[in-house]
Design a protein around this ligand. Structure first.
Ligand SMILES: [Fe+2]
Ligand SMILES: [Fe+2]
Length: 172
């Protein structure tokens, strides 16, 4: 069944994004620069196509069920997540981070996590969509995955919405 196919693929993507973010938090805590860079790269590679097909196909199909305000909230979560990843990339390039900066970075990375679980919850609503609409979402997913734009690349070159500029503060 198409609903199951979608739900399984969707959950697996959220799982991978969750694990990449948790690994990134661990890497910051361990002051492991190589791993920080690798995990930011991984998170950006995973979230780029995922956010993109959500915005281009999934979220618009759920406006009828959840209303524009909630979908706008999901888009705003993306605006903030893009800004956060951007800020973390800059911070990771800085070299050795202080303990306070590390705490700031881990808290910033953590702010993306609730969107992952909120978004996973949309699965229960996608069960309401007719197969042809689900197929359109899966097709768009294929295209976005094939094009494989990373988060920042997609956000700056393709996405129309501006993202939120985030400053990662040192936390004492
Ligand atoms: Fe999302
Ligand atoms: Fe998602």
């Amino acid at each position: 069944m198409l609903t199951d196919e979608f739900a399984i693929a969707f959950r697996e993507e959220h799982r991978e994004i969750r694990d990449a973010l948790l690994a990134l938090i661990e890497a910051f805590r361990a002051h492991n620069k190589a791993r920080i860079t690798a995990m930011i790269g991984k998170a950006a590679r995973l979230t780029g196509p995922h956010f993109r097909y959500e915005e281009e196909a999934l979220y618009p199909s759920l406006v009828e069920v959840l209303g524009e305000d909630y979908i706008e909230k999901m888009l705003l979560d993306h605006d903030c997540a893009i800004g956060t990843v951007n800020a973390l990339v800059e911070l990771a390039d800085k070299g050795k981070l202080s303990e306070a900066e590390t705490r700031g970075a881990t808290e910033a990375a953590r702010t993306i996590l609730p969107h992952v679980s909120d978004c996973e919850g949309l699965s229960i609503m996608t069960e309401l969509l007719p197969d042809r609409q689900l197929q359109r979402i899966l097709d768009r997913r294929d295209v976005c995955k094939r094009e494989g734009l990373g988060l920042v690349q997609w956000a700056t070159q393709v996405r129309k919405r501006p993202f939120v500029k985030i400053k990662v503060d040192a936390v004492r």
